[in-house]
Design a binder for this molecule. Structure first.
Ligand code: 5RP
Length: 251
């Protein structure tokens, strides 16, 4: 029987799974992993769980969101609680946009704070993306900010002054109609359309009190796997894109 239209896998879904399967080929037993959030990360966690259940990989992991943690737990992936000194050999995560310099917009799923925490504690960040995410210039995807609720009015003023056209993320299921992060903070999506200078914008956002974290991830990822149909490309800053199948180990 055919799946309902809403469940019919798309080319984008297939590319996400392809990127996830490529990354899985570089995971080795003994690694401590960071697990990202969102649908691409979920595809990776699912494949990882199958390997763990089959006894083919012995790894430990910490997740960047409650949703990813629940999925990993359900699949029998051994989980580590946050503790001092904990570092990750490899974190695998998705992105909302990436450019050829491996600058990222993240946080479409609202997990940007925990993602940035784990990824800062990681020796290697590998980004997985379908082809729609790989862009010439960042900014068409609205840049997410995690914001302390008390500070919201002034954060909106400050982001407007930067040209960011902020929208507080809604969630119809919440009593106040607003989306909350795993930390109970608000999400503000900033419509810059074009971010000409991501480094300068990151500094400007860091200077606004009440913004707990912004979704620009600059200089953090070592490589990305971008699936384009049946191909998977490895993207690294300052290097030509290469076919992923040429890499037996992490690029
Ligand atoms: C969550 C994220 C996700 O990695 C990003 O939104 C991509 O999601 P998806 O894989 O579902 O397209 O940053 O905060």
């Amino acid at each position: 029987m055919a799946a309902p239209a809403s469940e019919t896998p798309t080319n984008q879904d297939a590319e996400k799974r392809h990127a996830a399967a490529t990354a899985l080929g570089w995971v080795r037993s003994g690694m401590v992993l960071g697990l990202g959030s969102g649908s691409t990360s979920a595809a990776f966690i699912t494949l990882l769980g199958e390997k763990v259940q089959a006894g083919e990989l012995q790894i430990q992991a910490t997740a960047t969101s409650r949703a990813s943690e629940a999925l990993a737990r359900q699949l029998g992936i051994p989980l580590l609680e946050p503790r001092q000194g904990l570092r990750f050999d490899l974190t695998v995560d998705g992105a909302d946009e990436l450019d050829a310099q491996l600058r990222l917009i993240k946080g479409g799923g609202g997990a940007l704070l925990r993602e940035k925490v784990l990824e800062t504690a990681s020796d290697y960040l590998l980004i997985l993306a379908d082809s729609s995410k790989y862009v010439a210039q960042l900014g068409r995807f609205p840049l997410p900010l995690e914001v302390v609720p008390f500070a919201l009015p002034w954060v909106l003023d400050a982001v407007e002054a930067l040209g960011g056209a902020p929208i507080v993320r809604p969630n119809a299921q919440q009593p106040d109609g607003l989306y909350r992060s795993d930390q109970g903070n608000l999400l503000v999506d900033c419509h810059f359309n074009v971010i000409a200078d991501p480094a300068q914008l990151a500094l400007q956002l860091q200077a606004i009190p009440g913004i707990v974290e912004h979704g620009l991830f600059l200089g953090m990822a070592q490589a990305a796997v971008v699936a384009q149909g049946a191909r998977a490309l490895v993207v690294r800053a300052g290097m030509p894109d290469a076919e992923a199948e040429g890499f037996a180990e992490l690029p």
